[in-house]
Design a protein. Structure first.
Length: 347
């Protein structure tokens, strides 16, 4: 009762000495126990719900929200593979994020040639992953962080994107479209904004499966007085062969399947309004050229390390990894099977 009163969460989570979640007890469970004649000294174990819904830490906000709506529950514990309690999702936090003044631009105009034939009739950002188009996952993720005005840059098969999202009202935000009459690159479409932003602008590639912490990214950007910030991440590659060092025809060293790592660009950016205003109108350019020009002027560019899940679904192996499979045939089967579920979710 004290724990319920102090937390205000209307639920307490009961764990054993090792932290394993044994069950849940809501304020309703306590009321029923008291009405049944139990006193404050009664053990709680006889009144907890041992059959409860829980999720793993890696499950995204959109999936958790869907689960809570489907089961009509307000709280969902987070447990690891061993069943130990690691956190608690609250409906009010998932849907009640404080509105941010920042806008977001999502780049969804590319042809996705590296994913053909999957992209012959479907834009790459609309390929479903776990029953939901990649672009929809990003939109819901941003809405969960309080971003309510979103622009989607479209060109290739743009009507599919527009038909799916409409004005964004079904997704808890306002969605407007930056229609490229010709490909403008990752930066050129910013010149099509109907007005210039007054706050730092979040820009993301539309083919990312990521749990990017938007709050941290924007706080990092403003706190560092940067004109732009780039999301970066460590990328590791294992050479599938033994690497050899040969000098003057003699073997000097051999390393079996060495692994190298680099920090790479994640396709997530924050740009200050003056930088956005400087993008040439209706001309092809990349965000990288905008940033390189700023670097050439000696302006500060932040590098924010993305520690959350991140997959750039630009190549077939990366899409297969996002879908949890390994072959093209499996990718084709999964995307084909998920297409009706995508449409049903929208309707």
């Amino acid at each position: 009762m004290v724990a319920l009163d102090r937390s205000g969460l209307e639920i307490v989570l009961v764990v054993d000495n090792l932290g394993k979640l044994l069950g849940t007890c809501t304020d309703g469970d306590v009321r029923r126990a008291l009405l049944a004649g139990n006193g404050f000294e009664s053990p709680i174990l006889g009144h907890i719900a041992r059959e409860f819904v829980s999720v793993r830490p890696e499950l995204g906000r959109a999936e958790v929200l869907d689960l809570m709506k489907a089961r009509q529950i307000q709280q969902v514990p987070v447990t690891n593979a061993e069943g130990s309690l690691t956190g608690l999702h609250l409906m009010r936090e998932l849907v009640g994020a404080v509105d941010r003044p920042n806008w977001a631009v999502l780049m969804a105009g590319g042809k996705g040639t590296r994913l053909q034939p999957l992209t012959n009739e479907l834009p790459k950002p609309m390929i479903p992953v776990a029953g939901r188009p990649i672009l929809e996952r990003i939109v819901l993720h941003l809405v969960g962080y309080g971003i309510r005005r979103i622009f989607i840059s479209v060109n290739y098969l743009s009507e599919i994107v527009k038909s799916h999202f409409g004005d964004g009202s079904q997704f808890g935000c306002s969605i407007e479209y930056l229609q490229e009459e010709q490909p403008l690159g990752t930066g050129g479409s910013l010149s099509l904004l109907p007005e210039k932003p007054k706050n730092p602008l979040l820009v993301m590639n539309g083919d990312l499966v990521t749990g990017l912490n938007v709050d941290e990214f924007l706080t990092f950007h403003t706190g560092g007085s940067h004109v732009a910030s780039v999301g970066i991440r460590e990328y590791c590659h294992t050479v599938p062969f033994g690497e050899v060092d040969v000098r003057d025809g003699k073997l000097r060293r051999i390393s079996e399947k060495p692994t190298y790592s680099w920090m790479v660009n994640t396709g997530c950016y924050v740009l200050n309004p003056p930088l956005v205003a400087g993008v040439p109108h209706n001309r092809e350019c990349t965000i990288l050229s905008v940033i390189e020009n700023a670097l050439g002027r000696g302006e500060a560019i932040g590098a924010y390390t993305v520690t959350q899940d991140w997959i750039d679904v630009g190549r077939m192996p990366d899409l297969a990894r996002a879908l949890g499979t390994s072959t093209f045939e499996s990718v084709a089967d999964q995307t084909a099977n998920q297409e009706p579920r995508r449409a049903a979710a929208h309707n």
